[in-house]
Design a protein around this ligand. Sequence first.
Ligand code: HPA
Ligand code: ZN
Length: 327
Amino acid sequence: APAWLSLPTPPTAELHLHIEGTIEADLLVAAAKRNGVELPSYDPAVLTERYEHFADLQAFLDVHYANLAVLRTEQDFYELASGYLTRAAAAGVRRVEAFFDPQTHVNHGVPLGEVIGGLSAAFSKAEETHGISAVLLLSFLRDLGAQAAEEIFRAAMPYREHFVGVALDSTEVGYPPSLFEKVYGMAASEGLHRVAHAGEEGGPDYVVEALDLLGVERVDHGNRALEDDDLVRRLAEDGTPLTVCPLSNVYLKGVPSMAEHPLPRMLEAGLTVTINSDDPAYFGGYVDANYAAVAAQFELSRDGLAQLAANSFEATFSTPEQRTQWL
Ligand code: HPA
Ligand code: ZN
């Protein structure tokens, strides 16, 4: 048997996880029924069959946002987060810094307090219930524009203690980081950490803008940074972590196949790569499945996997004292 088969996936931090992307078909159906929201099917197998054939990021986002209409109450958000934490604990997650997309839910008529209340109730006791240190990153939907980002940021200020940073997700191409310079400045003034999706479908210029104009401390995805040698050198020298999502990249056709994933080139270039699941309910599994996929494809050694896991802890927003508890 190949050596990687005997490799357990390591304990890890998960730094690129959309909490809404953890909605499994059972919760989707249960929440739809209790909230009276219509779904195209109530058969979990039929619902999830659609996930195998996304043409690109937008095709996924269309299904993802339609599904999220089922989330209406604080209880729904609590169950969403608790369900993730249970599966993450089984996948070896010791620390999670998860995105949530408040604009999606507020635009569905859900009060912001219910969204944050439900998520943070589950996250704040995750250490006790699941042995996971769990924090939230408030993510802006880039396709709704800068004005809307500033509005949700102001609306979230009463809940400032419930998140540690801001992020930027949704449709990338056409919505460059430069649009969000002001709101990231507001976040910096509040002492919040800053990350952004860049270089998933957008070019290396999106990654440069995220660094230069938004002051991001990590780059979410960052795959297309490899097209710019100067940028690769800069990321390597600065040790800026990339939160890479291998199965997501294959499912959303960012790469044609796992064999062609740029992970080996990223490692060769000396980049601080971390392994993450992105939207695990949609992309074939949780963070352990992502480790297993790259271990299998690239015949990584135990040391190679351990290095990726060490990178993930090093890339967290935490103190060295906290990190020693997770390792
Ligand atoms: N990219 C951009 N936006 C997203 C993603 C992603 O992978 N998942 C959920 N929202
Ligand atoms: Zn993502």
